[in-house]
Design a protein around this ligand. Structure first.
Ligand code: NAD
Ligand code: LMR
Length: 339
Protein backbone atom coordinates (compact mmCIF):
# COMPACT_ATOMS: atom_id res chain seq x y z
CA UNK A 1 0.00 0.00 0.00
CA UNK A 2 2.78 2.42 0.95
CA UNK A 3 4.50 1.99 -2.34
CA UNK A 4 1.47 2.98 -4.33
CA UNK A 5 1.62 6.77 -3.91
CA UNK A 6 5.32 6.73 -4.81
CA UNK A 7 4.68 4.59 -7.86
CA UNK A 8 1.90 6.97 -8.86
CA UNK A 9 4.18 9.97 -8.47
CA UNK A 10 6.83 8.37 -10.63
CA UNK A 11 4.29 7.56 -13.30
CA UNK A 12 2.84 11.06 -13.21
CA UNK A 13 6.19 12.78 -13.46
CA UNK A 14 7.30 10.63 -16.38
CA UNK A 15 3.94 11.29 -18.04
CA UNK A 16 4.47 15.01 -17.49
CA UNK A 17 7.98 14.80 -18.96
CA UNK A 18 6.79 13.04 -22.07
CA UNK A 19 3.89 15.49 -22.40
CA UNK A 20 6.37 18.37 -22.24
CA UNK A 21 8.47 16.69 -24.93
CA UNK A 22 5.47 16.21 -27.15
CA UNK A 23 4.36 19.79 -26.60
CA UNK A 24 7.36 21.01 -28.60
CA UNK A 25 6.01 19.05 -31.57
CA UNK A 26 2.36 19.84 -31.16
CA UNK A 27 0.11 20.69 -34.03
CA UNK A 28 -3.38 21.96 -34.61
CA UNK A 29 -5.39 19.87 -37.05
CA UNK A 30 -8.77 20.89 -38.48
CA UNK A 31 -11.09 18.24 -39.91
CA UNK A 32 -13.79 19.55 -42.28
CA UNK A 33 -16.70 17.14 -42.70
CA UNK A 34 -15.97 15.78 -39.24
CA UNK A 35 -19.44 14.39 -38.53
CA UNK A 36 -19.50 12.17 -41.63
CA UNK A 37 -18.73 8.56 -42.35
CA UNK A 38 -15.01 9.25 -42.77
CA UNK A 39 -14.92 12.27 -40.46
CA UNK A 40 -15.93 10.41 -37.30
CA UNK A 41 -13.41 7.54 -37.35
CA UNK A 42 -10.73 9.86 -38.74
CA UNK A 43 -11.43 12.28 -35.88
CA UNK A 44 -10.98 9.37 -33.49
CA UNK A 45 -7.61 8.43 -35.00
CA UNK A 46 -6.48 12.07 -34.86
CA UNK A 47 -7.53 12.23 -31.18
CA UNK A 48 -5.17 9.28 -30.58
CA UNK A 49 -2.23 10.94 -32.36
CA UNK A 50 0.25 12.31 -29.77
CA UNK A 51 1.62 14.89 -32.25
CA UNK A 52 -1.72 16.75 -32.16
CA UNK A 53 -2.58 19.09 -29.29
CA UNK A 54 -5.65 20.77 -30.80
CA UNK A 55 -8.25 19.02 -32.92
CA UNK A 56 -10.88 21.17 -34.54
CA UNK A 57 -13.97 19.34 -35.80
CA UNK A 58 -16.05 21.24 -38.35
CA UNK A 59 -19.20 20.22 -40.21
CA UNK A 60 -22.46 21.78 -41.30
CA UNK A 61 -24.25 19.56 -38.75
CA UNK A 62 -23.80 17.37 -35.67
CA UNK A 63 -20.25 18.38 -34.70
CA UNK A 64 -21.10 19.48 -31.12
CA UNK A 65 -22.13 15.92 -30.30
CA UNK A 66 -19.16 14.29 -32.05
CA UNK A 67 -16.79 16.72 -30.31
CA UNK A 68 -18.34 16.14 -26.85
CA UNK A 69 -18.07 12.39 -27.36
CA UNK A 70 -14.44 12.40 -28.57
CA UNK A 71 -13.38 14.94 -25.94
CA UNK A 72 -13.85 12.31 -23.21
CA UNK A 73 -11.02 10.16 -24.59
CA UNK A 74 -8.07 10.67 -22.23
CA UNK A 75 -5.43 11.75 -24.73
CA UNK A 76 -3.77 15.15 -24.91
CA UNK A 77 -5.44 16.60 -28.01
CA UNK A 78 -8.01 19.19 -27.01
CA UNK A 79 -11.14 18.71 -29.10
CA UNK A 80 -13.43 21.55 -30.19
CA UNK A 81 -16.57 21.31 -32.30
CA UNK A 82 -17.67 23.96 -34.79
CA UNK A 83 -20.86 23.93 -36.80
CA UNK A 84 -21.99 26.06 -39.73
CA UNK A 85 -20.39 28.72 -41.86
CA UNK A 86 -20.27 31.31 -39.04
CA UNK A 87 -17.86 29.12 -37.08
CA UNK A 88 -15.63 27.99 -39.95
CA UNK A 89 -13.06 30.76 -39.49
CA UNK A 90 -12.61 29.97 -35.83
CA UNK A 91 -12.34 26.26 -36.61
CA UNK A 92 -9.49 26.94 -39.06
CA UNK A 93 -7.52 29.71 -37.35
CA UNK A 94 -4.01 28.61 -36.43
CA UNK A 95 -4.25 25.20 -38.11
CA UNK A 96 -1.06 23.48 -39.25
CA UNK A 97 -2.96 20.84 -41.21
CA UNK A 98 -6.49 20.83 -42.64
CA UNK A 99 -8.08 17.55 -43.72
CA UNK A 100 -11.14 17.71 -46.00
CA UNK A 101 -13.46 14.69 -46.17
CA UNK A 102 -16.54 16.95 -46.66
CA UNK A 103 -18.91 16.08 -49.46
CA UNK A 104 -21.27 13.44 -50.78
CA UNK A 105 -20.15 9.83 -51.35
CA UNK A 106 -21.01 7.53 -54.27
CA UNK A 107 -23.97 5.19 -54.54
CA UNK A 108 -23.89 2.02 -56.68
CA UNK A 109 -23.79 2.83 -60.40
CA UNK A 110 -22.14 6.24 -59.93
CA UNK A 111 -18.61 7.24 -60.91
CA UNK A 112 -16.57 9.59 -58.74
CA UNK A 113 -17.00 12.21 -61.44
CA UNK A 114 -20.78 12.09 -60.81
CA UNK A 115 -19.99 13.72 -57.41
CA UNK A 116 -18.40 16.75 -59.09
CA UNK A 117 -21.62 18.77 -59.27
CA UNK A 118 -22.03 18.87 -55.49
CA UNK A 119 -18.50 18.42 -54.15
CA UNK A 120 -16.76 20.99 -56.40
CA UNK A 121 -18.69 23.80 -54.72
CA UNK A 122 -18.14 22.37 -51.23
CA UNK A 123 -14.37 22.10 -51.71
CA UNK A 124 -14.23 25.57 -53.27
CA UNK A 125 -16.03 27.15 -50.31
CA UNK A 126 -13.86 25.40 -47.75
CA UNK A 127 -10.64 26.33 -49.57
CA UNK A 128 -11.70 29.99 -49.75
CA UNK A 129 -11.98 29.90 -45.96
CA UNK A 130 -8.58 28.19 -45.64
CA UNK A 131 -6.98 30.90 -47.80
CA UNK A 132 -8.45 33.49 -45.45
CA UNK A 133 -7.96 31.93 -42.03
CA UNK A 134 -4.94 29.57 -42.23
CA UNK A 135 -3.15 30.16 -45.57
CA UNK A 136 0.03 28.47 -44.31
CA UNK A 137 -1.64 25.15 -43.44
CA UNK A 138 -0.99 21.93 -45.31
CA UNK A 139 -4.23 20.75 -46.97
CA UNK A 140 -5.20 17.10 -47.42
CA UNK A 141 -8.09 16.76 -49.88
CA UNK A 142 -10.10 13.54 -49.52
CA UNK A 143 -13.39 14.72 -51.12
CA UNK A 144 -14.07 13.15 -54.51
CA UNK A 145 -13.44 13.37 -57.37
CA UNK A 146 -9.89 13.94 -56.07
CA UNK A 147 -8.57 14.16 -59.66
CA UNK A 148 -10.63 17.37 -60.01
CA UNK A 149 -11.05 18.68 -56.43
CA UNK A 150 -7.27 19.19 -56.05
CA UNK A 151 -7.06 21.40 -59.19
CA UNK A 152 -10.13 23.25 -57.85
CA UNK A 153 -8.36 23.87 -54.52
CA UNK A 154 -5.23 25.05 -56.38
CA UNK A 155 -7.38 27.48 -58.40
CA UNK A 156 -8.99 28.92 -55.27
CA UNK A 157 -5.60 29.43 -53.60
CA UNK A 158 -4.18 31.01 -56.78
CA UNK A 159 -7.06 33.50 -56.90
CA UNK A 160 -6.50 34.31 -53.23
CA UNK A 161 -2.75 34.70 -53.78
CA UNK A 162 -1.90 32.01 -51.23
CA UNK A 163 -1.13 29.07 -53.54
CA UNK A 164 1.96 27.06 -52.71
CA UNK A 165 2.02 23.66 -54.46
CA UNK A 166 4.07 22.32 -51.58
CA UNK A 167 1.08 22.62 -49.27
CA UNK A 168 -1.66 20.93 -51.31
CA UNK A 169 -2.19 17.16 -51.42
CA UNK A 170 -4.84 14.85 -52.84
CA UNK A 171 -5.06 11.85 -50.55
CA UNK A 172 -4.50 8.60 -52.50
CA UNK A 173 -3.20 6.59 -49.55
CA UNK A 174 -6.23 4.27 -49.64
CA UNK A 175 -5.08 3.00 -53.05
CA UNK A 176 -1.69 2.15 -51.53
CA UNK A 177 -3.35 0.53 -48.50
CA UNK A 178 -5.50 -1.61 -50.81
CA UNK A 179 -2.61 -2.62 -53.09
CA UNK A 180 -0.59 -3.69 -50.02
CA UNK A 181 -3.52 -5.69 -48.63
CA UNK A 182 -4.50 -7.41 -51.89
CA UNK A 183 -0.89 -8.35 -52.73
CA UNK A 184 -0.31 -9.68 -49.20
CA UNK A 185 -3.47 -11.79 -49.34
CA UNK A 186 -2.61 -13.21 -52.75
CA UNK A 187 0.94 -14.16 -51.75
CA UNK A 188 0.39 -15.06 -48.08
CA UNK A 189 2.63 -12.23 -46.85
CA UNK A 190 2.39 -10.28 -43.61
CA UNK A 191 0.99 -6.93 -44.83
CA UNK A 192 3.05 -5.07 -42.23
CA UNK A 193 6.18 -5.41 -44.36
CA UNK A 194 4.60 -4.92 -47.79
CA UNK A 195 4.61 -1.74 -49.84
CA UNK A 196 3.34 -0.94 -53.34
CA UNK A 197 3.57 2.52 -54.94
CA UNK A 198 0.36 3.65 -56.63
CA UNK A 199 0.63 6.48 -59.15
CA UNK A 200 -1.59 8.51 -61.49
CA UNK A 201 -4.88 9.63 -60.00
CA UNK A 202 -7.72 8.40 -57.82
CA UNK A 203 -10.50 7.05 -60.08
CA UNK A 204 -10.81 3.79 -62.01
CA UNK A 205 -8.17 3.44 -64.74
CA UNK A 206 -6.24 6.48 -63.47
CA UNK A 207 -5.26 4.43 -60.39
CA UNK A 208 -2.03 2.68 -61.42
CA UNK A 209 -0.48 0.35 -58.84
CA UNK A 210 3.15 -0.49 -59.63
CA UNK A 211 3.40 -4.14 -58.56
CA UNK A 212 6.72 -4.37 -60.43
CA UNK A 213 8.13 -2.07 -57.71
CA UNK A 214 6.54 -3.92 -54.75
CA UNK A 215 8.61 -4.31 -51.60
CA UNK A 216 9.54 -7.06 -50.96
CA UNK A 217 10.05 -8.02 -54.58
CA UNK A 218 7.32 -10.51 -55.47
CA UNK A 219 7.11 -12.87 -58.43
CA UNK A 220 3.71 -12.53 -60.06
CA UNK A 221 2.36 -14.03 -63.24
CA UNK A 222 0.89 -11.60 -65.77
CA UNK A 223 -2.59 -12.92 -64.89
CA UNK A 224 -1.93 -12.20 -61.20
CA UNK A 225 -0.68 -8.67 -61.95
CA UNK A 226 -3.76 -7.96 -64.03
CA UNK A 227 -6.11 -9.30 -61.38
CA UNK A 228 -4.42 -7.31 -58.57
CA UNK A 229 -4.34 -4.17 -60.71
CA UNK A 230 -8.08 -4.40 -61.51
CA UNK A 231 -8.96 -5.10 -57.89
CA UNK A 232 -6.96 -2.05 -56.71
CA UNK A 233 -8.54 0.15 -59.39
CA UNK A 234 -12.02 -1.07 -58.47
CA UNK A 235 -11.47 -1.25 -54.68
CA UNK A 236 -13.68 1.77 -54.07
CA UNK A 237 -16.47 0.32 -56.21
CA UNK A 238 -16.19 -3.03 -54.38
CA UNK A 239 -17.04 -1.21 -51.12
CA UNK A 240 -19.74 0.99 -52.71
CA UNK A 241 -21.48 -2.15 -54.00
CA UNK A 242 -21.14 -4.03 -50.71
CA UNK A 243 -22.60 -1.05 -48.82
CA UNK A 244 -25.48 -1.09 -51.33
CA UNK A 245 -26.52 2.56 -51.18
CA UNK A 246 -25.22 3.33 -47.68
CA UNK A 247 -22.09 5.16 -48.85
CA UNK A 248 -18.51 4.30 -49.74
CA UNK A 249 -15.32 3.38 -47.88
CA UNK A 250 -15.17 5.16 -44.52
CA UNK A 251 -13.22 3.00 -42.06
CA UNK A 252 -10.37 2.01 -44.40
CA UNK A 253 -10.33 5.63 -45.62
CA UNK A 254 -10.09 6.93 -42.07
CA UNK A 255 -7.13 4.59 -41.52
CA UNK A 256 -5.48 5.74 -44.77
CA UNK A 257 -6.23 9.41 -44.05
CA UNK A 258 -4.71 9.08 -40.59
CA UNK A 259 -1.56 7.49 -42.05
CA UNK A 260 -1.14 10.33 -44.52
CA UNK A 261 -1.94 13.10 -42.02
CA UNK A 262 0.55 11.62 -39.57
CA UNK A 263 3.21 11.54 -42.31
CA UNK A 264 2.53 15.24 -43.03
CA UNK A 265 3.00 16.06 -39.33
CA UNK A 266 6.17 13.96 -39.14
CA UNK A 267 7.50 15.90 -42.11
CA UNK A 268 6.63 19.24 -40.48
CA UNK A 269 8.42 18.13 -37.31
CA UNK A 270 11.65 17.65 -39.28
CA UNK A 271 11.71 13.86 -39.42
CA UNK A 272 13.87 12.64 -42.30
CA UNK A 273 12.85 10.40 -45.19
CA UNK A 274 9.08 10.63 -44.84
CA UNK A 275 7.92 9.11 -48.12
CA UNK A 276 4.30 8.69 -49.21
CA UNK A 277 2.34 8.51 -52.44
CA UNK A 278 0.11 11.55 -53.01
CA UNK A 279 -1.62 13.44 -55.82
CA UNK A 280 0.23 16.72 -56.15
CA UNK A 281 1.27 19.45 -58.59
CA UNK A 282 3.87 17.60 -60.61
CA UNK A 283 6.28 17.82 -63.50
CA UNK A 284 7.12 14.14 -63.82
CA UNK A 285 4.63 13.69 -66.70
CA UNK A 286 3.02 16.16 -69.08
CA UNK A 287 0.01 16.48 -66.72
CA UNK A 288 -0.02 19.31 -64.16
CA UNK A 289 -1.23 17.04 -61.31
CA UNK A 290 -0.15 13.46 -60.80
CA UNK A 291 0.14 11.00 -57.92
CA UNK A 292 3.55 9.51 -57.25
CA UNK A 293 5.96 8.95 -54.42
CA UNK A 294 6.79 12.22 -52.66
CA UNK A 295 9.01 13.25 -49.76
CA UNK A 296 7.38 15.26 -46.97
CA UNK A 297 9.29 17.74 -44.83
CA UNK A 298 9.18 20.99 -42.93
CA UNK A 299 7.83 22.87 -45.96
CA UNK A 300 5.28 20.19 -46.83
CA UNK A 301 6.05 18.65 -50.23
CA UNK A 302 9.84 18.65 -50.53
CA UNK A 303 10.42 16.35 -53.47
CA UNK A 304 8.38 14.59 -56.15
CA UNK A 305 9.97 11.34 -57.27
CA UNK A 306 9.71 10.20 -60.86
CA UNK A 307 8.00 6.95 -61.72
CA UNK A 308 11.05 4.70 -61.80
CA UNK A 309 11.27 1.66 -64.08
CA UNK A 310 7.86 0.46 -65.29
CA UNK A 311 6.94 -2.92 -66.75
CA UNK A 312 5.56 -2.97 -70.29
CA UNK A 313 2.08 -3.54 -68.84
CA UNK A 314 2.38 -0.56 -66.48
CA UNK A 315 3.66 1.60 -69.33
CA UNK A 316 0.67 0.62 -71.45
CA UNK A 317 -1.81 1.43 -68.63
CA UNK A 318 -0.06 4.76 -68.01
CA UNK A 319 -0.42 5.74 -71.67
CA UNK A 320 -4.09 4.65 -71.70
CA UNK A 321 -5.14 6.50 -68.55
CA UNK A 322 -3.62 9.90 -69.28
CA UNK A 323 -6.50 11.18 -71.36
CA UNK A 324 -9.05 10.49 -68.62
CA UNK A 325 -6.85 12.09 -65.97
CA UNK A 326 -6.30 15.13 -68.19
CA UNK A 327 -10.10 15.51 -68.62
CA UNK A 328 -10.61 15.33 -64.85
CA UNK A 329 -7.88 17.91 -64.25
CA UNK A 330 -9.15 20.26 -66.97
CA UNK A 331 -12.67 20.07 -65.55
CA UNK A 332 -11.37 21.17 -62.13
CA UNK A 333 -9.27 23.98 -63.59
CA UNK A 334 -12.20 25.20 -65.71
CA UNK A 335 -14.54 25.17 -62.70
CA UNK A 336 -12.00 27.29 -60.83
CA UNK A 337 -11.81 29.81 -63.65
CA UNK A 338 -15.57 30.10 -64.10
CA UNK A 339 -16.63 30.23 -60.45
P1 NAD B 1 -20.60 11.37 -45.60
O1 NAD B 1 -21.80 11.83 -46.35
O2 NAD B 1 -20.77 10.25 -44.62
O3 NAD B 1 -19.94 12.58 -44.81
C1 NAD B 1 -19.67 13.79 -45.43
C2 NAD B 1 -19.79 14.88 -44.40
O4 NAD B 1 -19.49 16.13 -45.04
C3 NAD B 1 -21.21 15.01 -43.78
O5 NAD B 1 -21.14 14.97 -42.37
C4 NAD B 1 -21.69 16.37 -44.29
O6 NAD B 1 -22.52 17.04 -43.35
C5 NAD B 1 -20.36 17.09 -44.47
N1 NAD B 1 -20.44 18.29 -45.31
C6 NAD B 1 -21.18 18.50 -46.42
N2 NAD B 1 -20.99 19.75 -46.87
C7 NAD B 1 -20.09 20.33 -46.03
C8 NAD B 1 -19.49 21.59 -45.95
N3 NAD B 1 -19.76 22.55 -46.85
N4 NAD B 1 -18.62 21.83 -44.95
C9 NAD B 1 -18.32 20.88 -44.06
N5 NAD B 1 -18.87 19.66 -44.06
C10 NAD B 1 -19.74 19.38 -45.05
O7 NAD B 1 -19.49 10.97 -46.70
P2 NAD B 1 -18.10 10.18 -46.45
O8 NAD B 1 -18.34 8.73 -46.61
O9 NAD B 1 -17.47 10.67 -45.21
O10 NAD B 1 -17.27 10.66 -47.74
C11 NAD B 1 -16.86 11.99 -47.87
C12 NAD B 1 -16.13 12.22 -49.18
O11 NAD B 1 -14.91 11.49 -49.21
C13 NAD B 1 -16.90 11.77 -50.42
O12 NAD B 1 -16.75 12.73 -51.44
C14 NAD B 1 -16.21 10.48 -50.82
O13 NAD B 1 -16.34 10.20 -52.19
C15 NAD B 1 -14.78 10.81 -50.46
N6 NAD B 1 -13.88 9.66 -50.29
C16 NAD B 1 -12.60 9.78 -50.77
C17 NAD B 1 -11.68 8.75 -50.61
C18 NAD B 1 -10.28 8.89 -51.10
O14 NAD B 1 -9.60 7.88 -51.21
N7 NAD B 1 -9.79 10.06 -51.37
C19 NAD B 1 -12.09 7.56 -49.97
C20 NAD B 1 -13.40 7.47 -49.50
C21 NAD B 1 -14.29 8.52 -49.67
C1 LMR C 1 -12.60 4.97 -52.53
O1 LMR C 1 -11.66 4.73 -53.28
O2 LMR C 1 -13.05 4.12 -51.74
C2 LMR C 1 -13.24 6.32 -52.54
O3 LMR C 1 -12.73 7.11 -53.57
C3 LMR C 1 -14.72 6.30 -52.51
C4 LMR C 1 -15.34 5.80 -53.78
O4 LMR C 1 -16.27 6.46 -54.27
O5 LMR C 1 -14.94 4.76 -54.29
Amino acid sequence: GRLLPLARRTLCSSAAASAAKEASNSYKVALLGAAGGIGQPLGMLMKLNPAIDRLSLYDIMATPGVAADLSHVNTAAKVSGFVGDDQLGEALAGSDLVIIPAGVPRKPGMTRDDLFKINAGIVKGLCEAIAKHCPQALVNVISNPVNSTVPIAAGVFKKAGTYDPRRLFGVTTLDVVRARTFLSEKKGLNPAGVDVPVVGGHAGATILPLFSQAVPKVDLTQAEVEELTKRTQEGGTEVVQAKAGKGSATLSMAYAGALFADACLQGLSGKKDVIQCAYVASQITDLPFFASKVRLGKGGLEEVYDLGPLSDYEQKLLAEMKEQLKCNIDKGIKFGQEN
